[in-house]
Design a binder for this molecule. Sequence first.
Ligand code: PGA
Length: 236
Amino acid sequence: QIADRKGIRRGKLRLGVVTTAKYIAPELLAAFGEKFPGIEFSMKVSNRDEIIQRIKNTEDDLYVMGQVPTGEVDVEAIPFAWNPLTVMAPRGHPLTMAEKPVPLHAVAETPFLIREPGSGTRHAYLRLFAEKGLKPNVAMELSSNEAIKHAVASGLGISILSIHSLALEGTKGPIEILEVEDFPILRKWYLVYPRGRFLSLTAQKFVEFSASQEQFITDRLVKLWPDLAKYLIPPH
Ligand code: PGA
């Protein structure tokens, strides 16, 4: 333990994270930094396609992704926390007053705020709509979760976002989580690095540390949106 601490005293950790993970990664870094002081962090936040590009160019030590790349790059991937996607609507929107669960086709018919091509979040929900023979009624494309939140709150449409995106304001604010059939989309985050790449001691410790935070992150999500508990598979 002490030797480990010494070993990474002057470590560096360059993270590349998809945009949904920016809601949790700084907190992980803060807690990790408290345990192992003296590490210098950097964090690049990009969408899935750009993160895959960064992996190809070996620009960072570790990546946080919502879906393991297959084909594009050969990676090791360690799942470490839930990243559920839910439908979000402005408080008082007609769908918030409709009978629950709201049918998916009703969501598809409502003006929808979509993420840019290259976004893993967009990919995940478009796949669900396509599986059900549906297409969202796109009102506007926005390339950031935060911009989408503000657009939802402004009444420009509804959208689908990671529950983590409500970490600071909670679910009692201007945006409500809708109970919709086939939701939440239960995704996980993965710590990813190119297969065969030597991981620094700092990066190895960060992988271990992140895995140890899984229950804490789940508890926080359930506190944010208690309904989530009924969808999560109990640990075996
Ligand atoms: P993104 O996030 O939508 O910014 O690409 C990716 C993900 O959660 O898979």
